[in-house]
Design a protein around this ligand. Sequence first.
Ligand SMILES: [Zn+2]
Length: 242
Amino acid sequence: MDVTIEQLRLLEELQRIEVESVRIENLLKKVTDKTYGIDKKYNSVELKHQELVDELDVFKDDYQQLDSYVKDINERLVKNAEYLKTVSTQKEYKVLLRETDENKKKSSKMEDEMIELLDQIEEKEKQVETSKNDLFQLKTTVDNEKQGILDESVEERQELEIIQKKKDEITPSIDSKLLKIYNNLLITANRRAVISLKNPTCTGCFVTLPPQFFIELRKGGTLVFCPQCQRILVWDEEKAEK
Ligand SMILES: [Zn+2]
């Protein structure tokens, strides 16, 4: 296949850009991983805070339930007291009195539980408040930390944008057949499909090129592959040892 030196130079430039893109993308991936780790740490603290809030809610619900039970019992006690005045038989009187007695005991037991719950609620509220403040402070620290990490990689992001733009510019100028050969080679050539030579050794596989082959390569004008690793070889006049 005939190929101009300009085409080969463009291909080399494309390769250089792609290698650099991969390097920057790997670096940015590390940045993302770091911020992800920070988020994870924050989320676990937030989860613990939420657990405390949930526990407080359970205490409050329990208290409300007991409160409503006690109110019911007390209403019944009032009714029974009224009813007691009207009963006529001894038997009925005894039953009512026993019921009243039991209800009073129940109500008193629940009231004791409510007092205990109030203590627990107060204690839990303190814990929630402390945890809320801690979480707020952590949020500020985490945000600053993340911003710092992102700020450090601003240059890389800009560089990546610039070289990707350059890649978009030069790619259409490369012969599509040549581009296809290059892209196929990338898969097997460890991101080095084009090798620029300044002496008769392929720096991709370190084979010494036969003299006749090397003369052909120096002449230029055709696409030449390394006989051993199949990479595209380009004679670099400028870098060559004179
Ligand atoms: Zn080679």
